[in-house]
Structure formats: C-alpha cells, structure tokens
Design a protein around this ligand. Structure first.
Ligand code: PDD
Length: 286
C-alpha cells in the first residue's frame, strides 16, 4: 500500500488523502487511469503510458491537468516518498467535483488527480514468469469502448474474482462469437497450433496495452511474425503457448485454460524468448 498519496497538488499521508464525495470519479467512474511499472527506480515506458493517458483523457473530453514533465516529477516524488524502487505507480484523473448530474458539468470543474505507488516483489514476478499460471475463460461483459483506460472496471473486477474463486490467476474474456478479447487486466496472446504468434488486433474491444505494443516490436525485431486477429477459446486451449501481457510483469505464461493443460504445461520457448528480450530492452535485472 502507498503511505503517501499525491492529491491535487499535495503529498498527503494515505489515511488523510481524500477526494470530495461529489467527485465524478467516485460517483460515475467518470475518470481514467494509468499504471506504470518501476524497475530499479526507473519508470518503464513512461512516454508510452503518458501518451495513452492523453488519449484516454481526450476520448472522454477531460482537459489534461498535467504535462508530461510535470507528471514525471509527481511520479518520481511519489515513488521517493513511498521508498518504492520496484513496483508500480498509479495515476487517476477524474472530471472533478460537481453537483451530481449525469451530463458534463458546466463550467468544467478542475480535474482531480491522484497518484499513489506500491512495491511489488521482483522475486514473486520472476516465480510467476518461471512457473506460469492457470487461467479460465469467461464472457466479456464490459462496455463497447474498452480502448479507453477507464476506471469503470466492475466487470473486470467480477471476472477476476470468479477466476480467483476457481483457483486461476487471470480470466480471459470472450466475445459473443466465442473469440478471446483480452484478460481482465492483461492482453491475451497465443502461439497457435501451427506455430504463429497471435494476439487480437486493436479495436474498441480491447485496451491497446503498452506492453502489447512493445512485445509486437520486439517480436518483429526478432523475426517472429505476429498475426493480429481474433482467436477462439478452443484455439487457445489447443495452442502451443499462451501468455498474458501487462506493464507490471511483462509476459505471464498461461499453462492451463479452463483446466485444460496448454501444450506440456510449462512456459513455452517463444514466451520465454520474448520475456527475455523485454527484460533486456528495459535493462531489467541487468
Ligand atoms: N492493466 N488490458 C486491460 C483490460 C488492462 O487493464 C491492462 C493493464 C492491459 C495491459 O496494458 P499495459 O500493457 O499497458 O499494462 C490490457 C493494469 C496493469 C491495471 O489495471 O492494473
């Protein structure tokens, strides 16, 4: 947990950090967020995360309350005050506080900005990357604009809890055609039964993960071609490899899906190779 939170210009002990009860983030999830990993004190893909933050804000017409250099300073100060060198920094921006009314308030309120930081044990992440994890599939019950990194995450929360109740680490969500969209908090990938690296193309049904983009570039550099297309639950179960990507961990190997063992039940060679390239690219563990 964060000990110190940044809230609208102030660094506040977490127990005293607060936003207004009529904040639209609280009342309507009228807000967006970003999560950036921190490795050995360095922010991972800071620019890409900032660019997506700006895109999310623009998509819901919240004027950006920070520039990249200012947010960078806030991130670093929040990390310093919380003594986080390995973990993540979380940033949430809401439309601000106003009398409860669904439509945008006029005049526009000042956006609320909150930044927190927490430690994540790198050894735990390494264990996950080494052993892999089980996942389940569940229907995608989210809205039609998943490219926006909105804090309206109730369907994701419920699906993740269902996965946890079933002893799984992640739920891969499938659309009405039975095609996987993404995980509750990760992008979904397979190496198909004919050996092709595959992940869903970018559209409104998934979040354009920063890690997804970096993995695609690393795969291209390595001469591994990738098919960006929908794949079915059945195809995933019969895949040679499966993995999930997110900034916090890189690639998490998925070793079983709905209780069906993927290949030999171990992280696959392409997953391991891309994870290794990701670590080298970000000088993780160098
Ligand atoms: N989740 N898809 C969803 C629905 C996500 O919530 C995330 C990230 C991703 C991966 O995006 P990226 O590679 O940019 O981290 C894909 C963050 C980590 C979270 O909600 O905590």
């Amino acid at each position: 947990m964060s000990h110190i939170a940044y809230v609208n210009g102030y660094y506040v002990p977490i127990g005293m950090a607060a936003v207004h009860v009529e904040d639209r983030g609280f009342q309507f999830a009228d807000s967006i967020y970003e999560v950036c990993a921190v490795v050995d004190g360095e922010l991972v893909d800071e620019t890409l995360h900032f660019e997506r933050l700006v895109r999310s804000l623009a998509a819901i017409e919240i004027p950006s309350p920070v520039t990249k250099p200012v947010l960078g300073l806030i991130y670093r100060e929040t990390l310093r005050r919380n003594r986080v060198r390995n973990g993540l920094v979380y940033c949430q921006i809401t439309r601000g506080q106003a009398r409860r009314d669904h439509a945008f308030p006029s005049p526009s309120p000042v956006p609320t900005i909150v930044v927190t930081a927490k430690r994540v044990d790198p050894a735990k992440l390494e264990r996950i990357r080494t052993t892999g994890v089980p996942a389940v599939t569940l229907p995608d019950e989210r809205w039609a604009r998943c490219s926006i990194k909105s804090t309206g995450l109730l369907p994701n929360v419920l699906a993740k809890q269902t996965a946890k109740n079933q002893g799984a680490y992640e739920a891969w969500l499938y659309d009405e055609q039975g095609m996987i969209t993404e995980g509750t908090s990760t992008n979904a990938w397979i190496v198909s039964s004919d050996g092709i690296l595959t992940t869903r193309h970018l559209d409104e049904s998934i979040l354009g993960g920063v890690t997804r983009g970096v993995f695609l570039a690393l795969a291209a550099d390595a001469g591994i071609s990738c098919d960006e297309r929908p794949f079915s639950v059945e195809e995933a179960r019969q895949a040679r490899e499966a993995f999930s990507t997110a900034s916090t961990v890189g690639a998490t190997p998925i070793v079983s899906l709905d209780g069906v063992t993927i290949a030999d039940g171990k992280p696959g060679p392409i997953t391991n190779d891309l994870n290794q390239r990701y670590r080298l690219h970000h000088k993780i563990g160098a």
